[in-house]
Structure formats: C-alpha cells, structure tokens
Design a binder for this molecule. Sequence first.
Ligand code: GLC
Length: 398
Amino acid sequence: MTKDRLIKDVFRLMLKNRRISGEHQYTVPSPYTYPFQWLWDSCFNAIILSHLNIEDAKKELLSLVFHQFENGMIPHIIYWDREQPTDFPVIEWGREHTSTITQPPMLAYVAFNIYQKDQDKSFIKQIYTSLKNYYNFLLIDRDPRKIHLPGIINPDESGEDNSSRFDFALGLGPKHTLEENLQKRLDLVSKDLSCNFETVTCMSNFFWIADVPFNAILIENLEMLSKLAREIGKFSDADYFLHQREEIVVSMGKWMFEDGIFWSVFGQDPQKIKIKTWHIFAPLFAGLYTKTQARDLVSKYLKGKDFKTKFIVPSVATDESSYDPEGFWRGPIWMAVNWFVYKGLKKYKFDEMAKQVYKSSLNLIEKSGFREYYHPQTGQGLGARDFTWGGLVLDMYE
Ligand code: GLC
C-alpha cells in the first residue's frame, strides 16, 4: 500500500468517526461498538490526526480534559451523547456523563508530540494545568503506599480489559468466557461504587495491581511532561516530574524485575504475576531495560517461539495456558500494542525488528481493514469495525 493510499484511507476513517458536541470535537473508536469517547483511544487518535491536521489533534486532547474530575482524574469514557445505538453494555458508574476510572496516561506524550510539530506554546499553556493535575493524581492518589508504584483499581484501567494478567486478581482461571470475565469486572465496578471509587479502600479491598505498561507509559509521559513544563518556563515543575519519573523507574526495578523481565504486581504487599503477555515489551517504550537486557528480551521472546505467530505481536504468549488467538486481549494482535512495541524497538535502534512489526501491521490492514483486533495466525479481522487504532500505522510508516 502506498503512503498516499494509506493516508486517504485513514483520513476517511477519522472523518467517519468524528463527532462534534457543541464546541467540542472528538473521535469515537468505532461508530457502532464504541460510540463514545475513550481516553487512550483519543490519545492514539490525536497521534494519527497529527499526521493529517494538527489543529484536529489539539481539539481531540482538549475535549478529553474538559471532563476532568476535581481531584485531577481523567475518566476513561466520556458519554457526550448517551443515546447512541450500540451493543456496548450500560454500566452504572455513579456519574451521568463519564466513567469513574481512568486509562493509561498517554496525554503528555501526545501533547509533546504535537508541540514538536508546530511549537505552539499557546496550546501547551492551555492544556498544561490539566496535565499537571492528572499526573499528580496518579502520582499521589494512586500510590497510597508511597512506594512510587501507582496502581490501577480495575483491569479496564490498563486498557486491556480481560488480559490474562488480571485473572488471578479477579479469581478466574486461565480458561473462561468473555461474559464471565465481564461479569467480574462489572461486579468490581459495583463494589467500587460502594466505596465511591476512593483509591485506598477500593484498592486494598477489591483490586490492587501495579501494571507494567501503565507504569512504563507513565514514566515516558512524565519525561514529556517535564519537557513541556520547561518549554513554558515552569522549571520547578519540570524538575519535580523528572524526579518522580526517576522514583518510579527505581521502584519498578525493585518490585517488578525478575529473570530479565518486568512483571505486573498484585496486592498490598506486591507479588509478581508471572504471566507472559506483550507487557514484557512495554518497558522498551520507556527505555527501562539496559541495552543487553533489551537484546536478550527481543531475541528470546519476540524473535523466539513464545511470541512467534504468522502476524505479530500477539497480546499473550502462545505457550501460556490462557492463550486464545480469538480471545479479545488473550492472544490477538492490537494495533496500539504494535505501536508501543515499534516505538520501543526504535528507541533501542532495533530497526530491523521494528520494521517487521510495522510490516505486519500494514499487512493486517491491507488484508482485513481497520478492525479492533486480528487473529495472529490467519490475520482475520475481529471485533469492532472501522476501528481507529489501525491509523497508528501512519506513525510507523517507513
Ligand atoms: C475496549 C479496549 C479498550 C478501548 C475500548 C474502546 O474496551 O479494551 O482498550 O479503550 O475498547 O476502544
């Protein structure tokens, strides 16, 4: 597929999924399955839009922060208009217009990327306080143990709703249905409602995981936030966020690293969850592995048999008992995962491997279009249609 063709197809998709609500503009992940605004999806959408029209990318981020909570949290779903035909479950979040949980914090990274393209300081000034409050919420509220390892209160906060990483914490075995998994997560939301989504109670009683991708993403974003702060003259903020970044880096090494891999941890007294999912590659995105560790990781796992499928990168290693090539976050390929892995590989200058990830992504789009996820052996498109994440290939185009 030529770059021109790809740009045209992505542009058409982004326009199809664009929604306007009063002064706000945002992009839905998929018109029927996900007809609302999602947090990390909008960050991906802004990355895609930054290749098409930089002002649209800014609008996407600004619409996200409009519904920020007083405590700084940015919700993972915004229901600008609830009356949409959809099969997405009706969930009681205790709020009318938003959910009450968050998603991986990609905002600062995207804002910095936008800034790099047009040096528009007024946009950064406009969004900076929201960003600062959001990252502070994660650094303070979500780290009640004060061990510099922010946690998530529900699997959906990871963006990988039913990933095998969360089975144990939900009291599920490696094989169960998507409905059983969803029921557990909905039960969790009801329990969290009963304690008002207040972090300490919710985490200590119901679900407390410090997740690898979430923290790796946070680390990379704190660096970008620090750069943004410096650009607009907020030097003490810049130092503060860099310091916080460093604290989490150290803490991830202390609590999560074993046998050459970072593992998510569970519980108040953090225990490693040794399930191999794509998350083992997420720390490449933040440069957390040493060069040697990264080389070993890539040759043993990404090039080795565990993650070797016809199309890459499967979301769960094929030798895990939970692996299911059609099982939502339990095996299929997701474009955002490929994008994170691609960026991580580029960071370490593993250009050849990065190219393979990019090519596989492009092949999937050529073969099956813009779908939510893909079968790693057949490349068949699965889940939602007209799903925007495939547009991230524009950001990998070589
Ligand atoms: C699914 C995905 C989640 C995404 C949402 C909207 O729930 O697991 O990551 O944000 O759909 O696309």
